[in-house]
Design a protein around this ligand. Structure first.
Ligand SMILES: Nc1nc2c(ncn2[C@@H]2O[C@H](COP(=O)(O)OP(=O)(O)OP(=O)(O)O)[C@@H](O)[C@H]2O)c(=O)[nH]1
Ligand SMILES: [Mg+2]
Length: 207
């Protein structure tokens, strides 16, 4: 299953992928990761340092970093050729249950080409205030799962989580969303159970 993770700069995409990979690997799943950065390999290096070097739960061959050199949005939608090639390379290396693809930090209109992702997670940052998700945007409307992250920071920016809940319910209609803090662990149980359910139904549909 290919899971695309996208959202604004610094919202917690890499932190989310690290957390989810740890969770899934502990449950016996094989996970690969592709990161997109605009001008660096920063995210791939963070993932390598955490999951390969420190925690030793991933082989280094399971992580590929792409430098898009331009608009991150283009690399996951209009011209996904670099990411398609990265997927091909990973799939030639091993048989993965899940491959995460992290987009470079982008705006609320970004979305994944269906060629790249079977399932998409849009990550919002509560410390940017409570105006989103209410202001909307393609990624917020259409992602399969909206993760409203950094709720531990809400009091510092007067972000009203109930307003965010009402707005998310309204703009996403019946699509799911979860409130989490990747720092304190709040909400992660719900996030893990939503994701596990999706992975199970995808694998039943495939078999
Ligand atoms: N307080 C707090 N900090 C968080 C949380 N999640 C992530 N962070 C911090 O936010 C910063 C950015 O997190 P990343 O995971 O790198 O965000 P990103 O979306 O991958 O960033 P880019 O790839 O650069 O767009 C890091 O310093 C994280 O430690 C959270 O729930 N609470
Ligand atoms: Mg990142």
């Amino acid at each position: 299953m290919k899971i695309g993770v996208l959202g604004p700069v610094g919202s917690g995409k890499t932190s989310l992928i690290i957390n989810l990979t740890e969770y899934l690997v502990k449950r016996g799943l094989k996970v690969g990761i592709i990161t997109n950065d605009v001008v660096s390999h920063n995210d791939a290096i963070t993932i390598y340092n955490t999951l390969v070097d420190q925690k030793k739960i991933l082989n280094k061959e399971n992580v590929l970093g792409i430098v898009t050199g331009g608009c991150p949005h283009t690399a996951i939608r209009e011209d996904p050729s670099l990411n398609l090639r990265a997927l091909e390379i990973l799939n030639n290396r091993d048989k993965f249950d899940v491959i995460f693809i992290e987009s470079g930090g982008d705006n609320v209109m970004s979305s994944f080409s269906p060629l790249l992702a079977d399932y998409t997670i849009f990550v919002l940052d509560t410390s940017a205030g409570d105006k989103y998700p209410g202001k909307g945007g393609l990624g917020i409307f259409e992602s399969d799962l909206l993760v409203i992250n950094k709720i531990d920071l809400a009091p510092y920016v007067n972000a009203d989580l109930e307003k965010m809940r009402r707005d998310a319910t309204k703009v996403r209609k019946n699509k799911p969303f979860v409130f989490v803090s990747l720092k304190t662990g709040e909400g992660l149980k719900e996030l893990h159970s939503v994701l596990e359910g999706e992975i199970k139904s995808e694998s039943v549909a495939r078999d």
